[in-house]
Write a protein that binds this ligand. Structure first.
Ligand SMILES: [Ca+2]
Length: 502
């Protein structure tokens, strides 16, 4: 009996040992298989080793993100992307409005070069032979796809349509349309009867993220990534949040209790010393109540966090599919946004909040990855940067420059300015405003200076509360910033480099 028991015990041990051996062998086989799959995914089927590109854009997103130091905003997905690439802390749009800005960064040309300075013009009318950023990749054999808003479409009116799209730029397009379109009758607006896109309006929506237009867009982008292609790809994913109306599913609003939202005060609220063309909202804050302003900011942040979660779905898919080692991921906005600074809201100003944009470039193997740079860059630099990183030759007349040197060394000297411009269309005498940013100063001229000049010292006055333009102590700085503005607005001068900026 005892022997039988021992025998069984030995048998059991033997069985256990055999099972263990088989189990270990199976695990080892699985690991080999998994690593083979990962390697297979990392290696392009075609043997074409050029890098892929995932270009993710947000709409009307200012630098109100966790990775840019915002005390309230929750943006864990974009923050995560920032920790693996280079975060640009002084990146600026060329025009704080959808169509002019998008046309500019997708062509690599300044608005004065494209001739597009409103939301109706088409760049091919003026420059039919333009090769856009995605088109350059098409011409070089990439599969080039767009999901959502890259070239301009009106929000919310043209959601789900091509809008002002450029068919020559893409092999494949997806125009997502979600329940946000069907819920428009529930939207709250501070100015009922006005288009939702042009005023402050919002909705804490019923339903799930995946039902929203941007949720459907993220899913479409993931599906495109999952199509294992035999050639490198360029995928542009254009989210349109947090553009007005600020619509996001209800749980995102709960992240921002109204009592935690403070309004702009102190130097950031000042309007004295500001030229009239700079003040786009009169009366200040549209004259609406503190509560309505808080609700608008709550909804803007909620829309941002919702959009951030959709960004995470796309980035997760790149990682899950084993594409990260050979895929560049860019995250950026088309322009910034005012949330009450100087009593101003939305866009079309030349203050810092409207001109500045988030920009993150995560390119495999860059020495500067996981760091930030305080050097001044422009959205027109994205086109030559992506061409450079992928070994493509861009058109010779681009207005921007490759940011590769900063991706390799975020601290290197980089004495360039960033120019942002707007048009003011009066009934009879339209004129322009130009603003240039150096690492320290912002300088703005309205109608060549005839209708006002602004100078702000960001070292001492980051809220742009004190206009120093007419202060004789700053005459030298004004002269230097004028020179920087002239350098920056001269067509196709950008490749030559500028003199050291102040
Ligand atoms: Ca926009």
């Amino acid at each position: 009996m005892r022997e039988a028991c021992l025998l069984r015990t030995r048998e059991n041990r033997s069985m256990t040992s055999k099972r263990l051996t088989r189990c270990v062998a199976a695990m080892a086989f699985s690991l080999v298989l998994m690593s083979t799959i990962v390697i297979a995914a990392e290696e392009p089927r075609s043997g074409d080793h050029r890098l892929n590109v995932v270009l993710i854009t947000a709409d009307d997103l200012r630098n109100a993100l966790g990775c840019y130091g915002h005390p309230l905003v929750r943006s864990p997905q974009i923050d995560r992307l920032a920790t693996r690439g280079v975060r640009f802390d002084r990146a600026y749009c060329q025009y704080p409005l959808c169509n002019p800005s998008r046309t500019s960064f997708l062509t690599g040309l300044r608005p004065d070069t494209t001739g597009v300075t409103d939301n109706a013009a088409k760049f091919r009318t003026n420059r039919p032979a333009t090769v856009t950023l995605p088109q350059l990749f098409r011409k070089n054999g990439y599969h080039v796809a767009r999901v959502g808003k890259l070239f301009h479409y009106g929000v919310p009116g043209q959601i789900g349509t091509n809008g002002l799209d450029d068919p020559e730029s893409w092999d494949e397009v997806v125009n997502p349309r979600g329940r946000d379109k069907d819920d428009e009758d529930k939207i709250v607006s501070i100015k009922p009867g006005t288009g939702f896109g042009a005023t402050l309006s919002w909705l804490a929506a019923d339903g799930e993220d995946a039902e929203q237009t941007d949720g459907k867009g993220a899913e479409a982008a993931v599906r495109l990534l999952e199509q294992n292609r035999d050639r490198p790809f360029f995928l542009a994913m254009g989210f349109f949040r947090p553009h007005t109306p600020y619509v996001a599913p209800k749980p995102w609003f709960k992240l921002y209790p109204l009592e935690t939202i403070s309004l702009v005060s102190g130097s950031g609220a000042r309007r004295d010393g500001v030229p009239a063309p700079a003040l786009t909202v009169t009366p200040p804050n549209y004259g609406i109540s503190t509560l309505l302003q808080q609700q608008a900011i709550q909804a803007y942040h909620a829309s941002t966090s919702f959009m951030d979660a959709q960004v995470g779905k796309v980035v997760d898919a790149v990682d899950r599919l084993g594409l990260s080692r050979r895929t560049i991921i860019v995250f950026m906005s088309d322009h910034g946004y005012q949330l009450g600074e100087h009593g101003l809201w939305q866009k079309m100003t030349l203050f810092e909040e409207s001109a500045r944009v988030p920009l993150i470039i995560a390119a495999p193997g860059m020495k500067g990855n996981q760091r930030a740079t305080s050097k001044v860059v422009e959205l027109i630099d994205v086109y030559p940067t992506l061409a450079d990183l992928c070994g493509l030759t861009p058109p010779a007349d681009l207005d921007g420059r490759s940011l590769r040197p900063l991706l390799e060394d975020p601290e290197r000297p980089w004495n360039h300015g960033a120019v942002t411009q707007v048009s003011r269309k009066g009934q009879s005498d339209p004129f322009k405003g130009y603003s240039v940013r150096s690492e320290r100063y912002r300088y703005t001229e309205w109608d060549g200076g005839k209708r006002g000049v602004q100078l702000y010292d960001h070292e001492t006055d980051p809220r742009e509360g004190t206009n120093l333009a007419t202060d004789p102590h700053h005459a030298e700085t004004v002269a230097e910033m004028k020179r920087l503005l002239q350098e920056g607005t001269r067509p196709a001068s950008r490749g030559e480099g500028l003199k050291p900026a102040p």
